[in-house]
Design a protein around this ligand. Sequence first.
Ligand code: 5GP
Length: 125
Amino acid sequence: MHKKYNKNNIFFKIINGEIPCDKVLETKHSLAFKDINPRAKIHILLIPKNPYLNLNDFISSADKLEKLDIFNAISEVVSLYNLEESGYRLLTNVGKDGHQEVQHLHFHILGGQPLGSFIKKLEIN
Ligand code: 5GP
């Protein structure tokens, strides 16, 4: 486990059933559930069940089956919500600059409406 991974995070508690979630999909290695504060008509969070801090940690430490599983789960969520045609956005925030609030890897799957340009233009110093 990554030395910075803290089991006090909310997604670890969801995986362990300590906190409920509105589950949409569960596979061997992944769990998808509705975001509590949806930013679009469809806003699903997809997480690996094993404790990974962020995408870098997952890429370097997860095994091939877990990696395959999470990609298959993305595809299943997209099918469940019929997003192939209309489109969607897949997003993962990493670290401080990425504004990652929950310190357990998660992918946001957003859709169900036009999402606009992907990020507001930032001031570059
Ligand atoms: P981040 O900013 O880390 O990329 O996104 C964290 C996401 O987790 C946010 O969109 C937030 O609404 C969601 N979230 C935080 N706490 C909970 C919770 O207890 N349950 C669910 N379903 N989502 C949560």
